[in-house]
Design a protein around this ligand. Structure first.
Ligand code: URA
Length: 261
């Protein structure tokens, strides 16, 4: 696969991470078939259409009363985690080993939202620690962001729409998502990220309340109460279909630009 290598100023670690991601994409040559004038002024990036919550067709009921009241009563992230741990309304809790609340730096400018824990996440109690998580870490490292960064500027904060593993890794049902959504909305309010990244269909639909699939949504900034939301392919989809990594790279660059990095 031939691909143009972006020439940007990067520190060594970010440059190595970006290179690792390019290799992950399948890049094996740094040339194009046709010559490229690198001195020509770059064209301004096209304005991505904004998909607002109002425009999007409503797919699922917005809130569940019991979880809504508990979520709203939580005054900080520790309180929210305790409220979720005490919540017995969702049957998934009974089949799960752990509540998977979040990982990374809660002060981060970027909050990443996945679907639901898998086997590894259920065992360890943290989101995105299996194969998808390793790829997610590589992706964000390529734009200089990490869940381990202590400096908020370089950090990410990670959670899921559902905190308990669904049996046999099935998709969470509409009822389960509706019941748990108020907790997710409060989680976003309390973490107050500058940018939200929703990974895959389920997180995109839950956060943006749309029925449109991820293939059409990805790459287009949405909006949640004034916060920009970038839908991306889920890392599991990228593992299944590596051709999608090209679009994922474009989305990562859009996030990087939005952060002014
Ligand atoms: N997939 C997700 O959506 N979330 C996880 O935490 C792990 C895999």
């Amino acid at each position: 696969m031939v691909r143009e290598i972006l020439s940007v100023e990067l520190d060594t670690q970010t440059a190595l991470a970006a290179l690792a991601w390019q290799v992950e994409l399948g890049v094996d040559e740094a040339i194009e078939d046709t010559p490229l004038d690198r001195f020509a002024a770059p064209a301004p990036p096209p304005e991505a259409p904004v998909v607002s919550v109002q425009d999007a067709p409503k797919a699922v009921p917005v809130a569940d009363a019991a979880s809504g009241a508990l979520a709203q009563a939580a005054g900080d992230l520790a309180g929210l985690k305790a409220a979720m741990a005490a919540f017995d309304g969702c049957a998934l809790k009974r089949g799960a080993r752990n509540l998977v609340f979040a990982d990374g730096n809660p002060e981060a400018r970027v909050m990443i939202i996945g679907e639901a824990p898998g086997r590894d996440e259920d065992r360890i109690g943290k989101p995105f620690v299996g194969r998808s998580g390793q790829l997610l870490d590589k992706m964000f490292a390529a734009i200089g962001l990490s869940r381990d960064a202590e400096v908020a500027e370089d950090a990410i904060y990670i959670t899921n729409t559902i905190p308990w593993r669904p049996p046999e890794n099935r998709d969470p049902s509409t009822d389960e998502v509706t019941m748990m959504r108020p907790f997710l909305m409060r989680h976003i309010e309390l973490a107050a990220p500058q940018v939200i990244v929703v990974m895959g269909n389920s997180a995109t639909r839950t956060v943006l309340q749309t029925t449109t699939g991820i293939t059409r949504m990805r790459g287009n900034w949405g909006d949640l109460g004034g916060r920009p939301v970038m839908p991306m392919f889920h890392p599991a989809a990228l593992l299944r279909d590596p051709m999608k990594k090209r679009e994922a790279w474009a989305d990562l660059l859009a996030i990087k630009a939005r952060l002014g990095r």
